[in-house]
Design a protein around this ligand. Structure first.
Ligand code: MG
Length: 423
């Protein structure tokens, strides 16, 4: 038996607020070249609407279809107040569930409903979550370079701006690596079979040397992070975590792929380097073994990819019981609305760990008035009701996304023999 009628999902209780959802639609804009997907939920109350981030930039049109053609018809006519019921109902409304396309669509709706609830209450979303438990939110910045000296110079510059946490990525000679520019091959080396081939052994050696250099040059004050980006074999990830122990990392990110998380048990038994994982998880349940067995120290949730504020808040609360802290994913392909949601959760989570920053340029700041403010290495809270951010649709239209989006598909590197290397 199935009931797939395309009609509003009416709850069995009386909806008495009088406010109803009148429109739900995806808005695509690319003020910085990256396609951002934002969901706008309008209501029957004049001027009352909410915004949510649904950005899955590599599959943006698919998310927009999920929002406009599948979620909107189920939402129009509902009271926007019932966030939990709406989120749970939509989650199972396709029967097959989870995955980044559907979860991002759900996230756009979920965040927009929190935004509406805050505006109705006249309170920022972090107040609805129990109020703030920190003055401001420490963020980490990115430093990268072709060699260790260049990275050290960038870290020094960031420290002078007030940053205490920095992610450091360095090129593998003869190739780039994730988060670092390409660097020339060592002089006199033979041309590889595959141009710009990425070599796991050279990567491990280069990263170990990088952090040795950084600690020697910068001392112990700065907190250092490195993102493996699931790029090595699990055995090499274990070796890297052990190699980096003397350099006292704040955390090592994504040492293994989601498909290899069982290897974290081996890694944890061999190394005390703290671990962050999870930006690729698209179902909160994927965190269960990792958190329950304390296989990681930080959850790197991409909040829109797991369905929005509601599942992220519940997950963070569960993690607190296990001593696991948050480190929400904060790249440029999370819209400023998504960064505002990260900030709301950061302010309210007692088990907050750190927040990844993204500095939006002037075009994005114009399209999204109220972009979260970053200064002195911290994100500062907005006291505006809801998520505290808006979208100027007239300006958004001036930055239409291009399809197919150039350069937005991952181009995984190749190893020396030409074989594919995971991103
Ligand atoms: Mg990462």
């Amino acid at each position: 038996m199935s009931d797939t009628a395309d009609k509003p999902i009416e709850p069995p209780w009386a909806q008495t607020s009088g406010v109803r959802i009148t429109s739900v639609r995806a808005i695509l804009t690319a003020p910085a070249g990256t396609t951002l997907v934002v969901v706008r939920v309008d209501t029957s109350e004049p001027g009352l609407y909410g915004l949510g981030c649904a950005t899955f930039t590599q599959r943006a049109a698919a998310v927009a279809t999920a929002v406009d053609d599948y979620l909107a018809p189920q939402l129009i006519g509902r009271d926007p107040a019932d966030i939990t019921d709406i989120a749970s109902t939509l989650h199972v409304s396709g029967y097959w569930r989870s995955g980044p396309v559907l979860n991002n669509a759900l996230s756009g709706v979920d965040m927009a409903l929190w935004d509406i609830k805050g505006k109705q209450a006249g309170l920022p979303v972090w107040q609805l979550l129990g109020g703030r438990c920190r003055t401001a939110v420490p963020v980490y910045a990115h430093a990268q370079g072709r060699d260790a000296e260049e990275v050290a110079d960038e870290v020094r510059d960031l420290m002078s701006q007030g940053y205490r946490y920095v992610r450091c990525q360095v090129a593998v000679p003869g190739a780039g690596t994730y988060g670092a520019p390409a660097a020339a091959a060592p002089a006199g080396s033979r041309p590889p079979l595959t141009p710009n081939a990425w070599d796991p052994a050279a990567y491990r050696r280069t990263v170990r040397e990088l952090f040795g250099h950084l600690r020697q040059e910068l001392g112990a004050e700065v907190e250092l992070i490195h993102d493996v980006h699931e790029r090595v074999h699990p055995t090499d990830a274990v070796r890297l975590a052990k190699d980096l122990e003397p350099y006292d990392l704040f955390y090592l990110e994504d040492p293994v792929a989601p498909e290899d998380i069982e290897w974290l048990r081996t890694l944890r038994s061999r190394s005390v380097t703290p671990i962050a994982i999870g930006e690729l998880f698209t179902n909160p349940a994927e965190y269960r073994p990792v958190v329950q067995e304390r296989l990681c120290d930080f959850i790197r949730v991409h909040i829109s990819a797991i369905g929005g504020i509601t599942p992220a808040w519940r997950l963070a609360n569960a993690c607190e019981l296990f001593g696991v802290r948050t480190a929400w994913h904060g790249p440029g392909d999370v819209s400023p609305v998504g960064h505002a949601a990260n900030l709301a959760l950061d302010l309210a989570c007692p088990n907050f760990g750190i927040q990844e920053q993204h500095l939006f340029g002037s075009a994005a700041q114009e399209v999204f008035p109220g972009c979260p403010e970053i200064r002195d290495g911290h994100l500062w809270p907005s006291t505006a009701p809801g998520l505290g951010i808006d979208l100027d649709e007239r300006l958004a239209l001036k930055h239409p996304p291009q399809f197919p989006a150039p350069g937005r598909a991952w181009r995984p590197p190749r190893r020396a023999d030409g074989a594919l290397q995971r991103p």
